[in-house]
Design a protein around this ligand. Structure first.
Ligand code: AMP
Length: 495
């Protein structure tokens, strides 16, 4: 049977890249491939590239990791000066090549390819509307709605097709779109998912994270603003705002867990945000201890910050097996639990006989923390104090981060003391909501890279920049507070 249950429905989080080579060198696919390697942490299930040479668009998609999927043969068949690429991660454990991106649509007006990171919250009504007017769908992905809408509106011209589509779709989207001659980037009116612009010596890059720009020798220019569309072609970079009122609500979980520490998102270096969260955590919930360790990889920076602020020495303490995928992917709870032992192990000499503060970025189901405490105790820890650099995750995310339904979120159903007992820690504390936002805001900076060639709508540069306070602060904190940037539509609202 092919019917997905509510929990099995695809909850994608992904990475996108776009490359435009102004001198028409035909190797955009190779650069996009290196960019995708750097975005692999954003999705490990499938990957794809679409490449244009001014006349035609070719594409290639497959299940698996970037390093395994591409080779000399398939890359050299993708020649052209414009490329977009995608990595996809869905957690349902069922992998469908039909959902791999970029989606490509061909018509007599031309070819369009779309790579999308994010989740739409009005997929069902949009799908119904499109089906009533003759569209058919080949995947269960909400991203297919986007390409069908652009294709439907394409006769009005590219810019109108894009703005009309973007005004119809609701949710989170960071988009890389291409036609035979043009590369386009767009970010939803709340800028929930990241997207940035980079400059190459001979062209331009769009990427979910700046680490991909670094990887291909480019320079980060700036982030695409919420509600902004950039059109890149031989005339340069044209930027405009697609008209809707924008209010910045960048996903806070990008900083907490998802993004790579060497990326800079909306002007904030992710590693600095994490270190600062660790510092605030030490101030808010200090404890007498002999050593601070971080859970690799996303807890490491916060542990450095905690150690710095508390004066307690930092040690490696835990080693991660680099070759194991994310435990979340394991389909059953039993397997997930067993995977933690395979994935993480204690460094006995750092731990034995010591009072240990262990820092992780988040507790979701509680699986990792429970197992980690067992590992540390087995290695001889005298005390284990768990500290978390994000507040309790109590609500699901509808905008592209995979969090399970409420029933499976340990913090949705238990207070801190109950969780402490359940995971077996001597003490447990989460950073406060205000503390996390304080940490992020202390890293915000105005940056003079915010200038590019071409026209630019200045309103788009400043949206949300001055808001402060924990609830109206320019960040989506839906998973912590249950307050989302927009209402859920249809079935989503009932979860
Ligand atoms: P859990 O074991 O279910 O409590 O999950 C918490 C662990 O999973 C932490 O170590 C996080 O670094 C990691 N984590 C948090 N969010 C996600 C996510 N969306 N996908 C995969 N891993 C995650």
């Amino acid at each position: 049977m092919n019917t997905l249950t509510d929990d099995e429905k695809l909850k994608d989080h992904c990475g996108v890249i776009g490359v435009y080579l102004s001198d028409h060198e035909p190797n955009a696919s190779r650069l996009a491939y290196y960019g995708l390697q750097s975005l692999q942490h954003r999705g490990q299930e499938s990957t794809g590239l679409a490449v244009g040479d001014g006349e035609r668009i070719d594409h290639f998609k497959a299940m698996g990791l970037v390093a395994d999927v591409y080779n000399k043969e398939n890359l050299s068949a993708l020649t052209g000066h414009i490329a977009i690429g995608h990595v996809l991660y869905s957690t349902c454990g069922k992998a469908y090549i039909e959902n791999a991106q970029p989606f490509v649509s061909r018509s007599k007006l031309g070819t369009i390819a779309v790579a999308h990171n994010g989740s739409l919250v009005n997929t069902d009504p949009m799908k119904e509307f499109l089906e009533e007017t003759g569209s058919t769908f080949t995947s269960t992905s909400d991203s297919e709605v986007i390409i069908k809408l652009i294709a439907k509106n394409y006769k009005k011209g590219l810019e109108r097709a894009l703005t009309d589509t973007i005004q119809l779709i609701k949710g989170s989207f960071a988009l890389c779109v291409m036609t035979e001659k043009t590369l386009i980037g767009a970010r939803d009116p709340n800028g929930i998912r990241p997207l940035c612009l980079g400059k190459l010596q001979n062209g331009w890059i769009l990427a979910s994270e700046s680490c991909a720009i670094d990887a291909i020798g480019g320079e980060l220019v700036r982030d695409i603003a919420p509600g902004e569309i950039v059109i890149i072609n031989d005339d340069g970079v044209l930027s405009f705002n697609f008209g809707e009122k924008t209010s910045k609500k960048t996903c806070v979980f990008e900083y907490v867990y998802f993004a790579r520490p060497d990326s800079i998102i909306d002007g904030i270096p992710v590693i600095e945000a994490r270190k600062k969260m660790g510092e605030v955590l030490a101030r808010e919930s200090g404890v007498a201890a002999d050593v601070v360790v971080g859970v690799p990889d996303s807890g490491l920076a916060a542990a450095i910050g905690y150690s710095r602020a508390s004066g307690i020495p930092y040690a490696m303490g835990i080693v991660k097996n680099k070759y194991i995928g994310r435990t979340f992917i394991a389909p059953s709870q039993e397997e997930r639990e067993a995977m933690v032992f395979v994935k993480l192990n204690a460094v006995k000499s750092d731990i034995e006989g010591k009072r240990v503060v262990i820092i992780d970025d988040s507790i979701v189901r509680g699986t990792t923390s429970r197992r980690l405490i067992q590992i540390l105790r087995k290695a001889g820890a005298k005390e284990v104090h768990f500290r978390i650099s994000s507040p309790p995750v109590k609500y699901p995310c509808y905008f592209g981060i995979d969090t399970p339904a409420r029933a499976d979120l340990i913090s949705a159903n238990n207070d801190s003391e109950e969780i402490r007992k359940a995971i077996g820690a001597d003490s447990l504390a989460f950073i406060s909501m205000e503390g996390m936002i304080e940490a992020l805001q202390s890293c915000e900076y105005e940056d003079d890279r915010q200038k590019i060639d071409g026209k630019r709508d200045h309103a788009a540069q400043t949206v949300g920049a001055s808001a402060s306070g924990a609830t109206n602060c320019g960040y989506c904190q839906g998973c912590f507070l249950g307050e989302y940037p927009m209402p859920m539509i249809g079935e989503l609202g009932k979860r």
